[in-house]
Design a protein. Structure first.
Length: 332
């Protein structure tokens, strides 16, 4: 059976293993399958494959009938490895079989490789995470560090992007990573539309830290959500940390601590991401000059916007606009 039918589309192969988590496979098909171009045509073709075609067990009471074998990865542009139940079994040897290793080694050099949840253990066992900053489910972080102490693990983030190799944290963070890849391939407008149809936020605040159960919860603690909502409506005013704390009638120290508890990152990190996201949206969806976009997103000057886009995305505002909108801009 032919794995990919449409040669002009970006090919995504989901590598299923026995004991897989169905939700993680479904996430990939749902999100990438919803991405369409301006002509309404799908931008991706997604197939599921396995070491051997046939019935694949899951961690539920139903199975998946996978039609494609290892040949599906041969022409893939992106290969995604979801978690499997066996990843959760702590044992002294690497959780990978020679047959699975052979399939992963067939992935073309140009192809992107992404793991979801504990799929990162397989990539680590094959040496694909050397020199990378990676993540996995926070509950498995200690086990991962014990097995691969030399790998830079960040258990607090939802996903990491090292260029060719990407990793996502637990389960639903596969949504965040999929939207990130769609955004990188086709821009924020396409990713936002996919998120809207899927009824999920196009970008979640913070990281895994907000989902870890704290040993002594404080029922009286105040939320920082009002300050965040206010900031999003007033980025052009370049709100400061003090401004945000004042909105919640907190001291800067208290606000910073509670913000990090709720969002999983510092107010400064969160604010920088919101400004960059707003600038990307305006570059794609408007013909505003770069200096006006810089002001609207809270960067102040076009020079500051260029600096932050180079640091965060590796491109200039005009290059980003040409890529995702096809409109030249007067500011280099």
């Amino acid at each position: 059976m032919t794995a990919f039918v449409h040669p002009d589309r970006h090919h995504v192969a989901v590598l299923a293993r026995h004991g897989l988590l169905p939700i993680e496979t479904g996430i990939v098909h749902r999100l990438f399958g919803r991405a369409v171009g301006t002509d309404g045509q799908p931008l991706y073709e997604v197939v599921t494959c396995a070491v051997e075609p046939g019935v694949i067990t899951t961690d539920t009471d139903f199975t998946l009938n996978v039609h494609h074998g290892p040949e599906a990865v041969d022409k893939a542009d992106t290969v995604i490895l979801p978690a499997a139940q066996e990843d959760y079994v702590e044992r002294p040897h690497d959780p990978i079989s020679p047959d699975l290793a052979a399939v992963v080694n067939r992935i073309p050099e140009h192809a992107r490789i992404a793991s979801i949840c504990t799929g990162a253990f397989v990539l680590a066992a094959l040496g694909l995470l050397e020199g990378c900053r990676v993540t996995t489910h926070w509950q498995s972080a200690g086990f991962f560090r014990a097995m691969y102490p030399h790998i830079d693990l960040d258990p607090d983030v939802l996903y990491t992007d090292n260029g060719r190799v990407l990793t996502a944290a637990g389960v639903a963070s596969g949504i965040d990573l999929s939207l990130h890849m769609i955004r990188a391939d086709h821009g924020a407008s396409v990713a936002n539309e996919v998120a809207r149809h899927t009824v999920v936020p196009p970008h979640r605040d913070g990281g895994q830290a907000q989902y870890i159960r704290h040993p002594v919860p404080d029922p009286e603690r105040s939320s920082t959500s009002r300050a965040r909502a206010w900031v999003l409506d007033h980025l052009h005013l370049q709100p400061s940390l003090s401004d945000m704390a004042d909105r919640e009638a907190m001291s800067v120290r208290t606000f910073t601590r509670r913000f990090r508890d709720e969002v999983g990152q510092s107010p400064g990190q969160w604010l920088a991401q919101q400004r960059l996201d707003r600038a990307r949206q305006l570059l794609e969806e408007s013909d505003l000059a770069v200096d006006r976009i810089a002001h609207a997103a809270g960067f102040g000057t076009s020079a500051s916007l260029r600096q932050h886009m180079h640091a965060g995305l590796g491109v200039s505002p005009s290059a980003y606009r040409r890529t995702f909108q096809g409109v030249a801009d007067e500011v280099p």
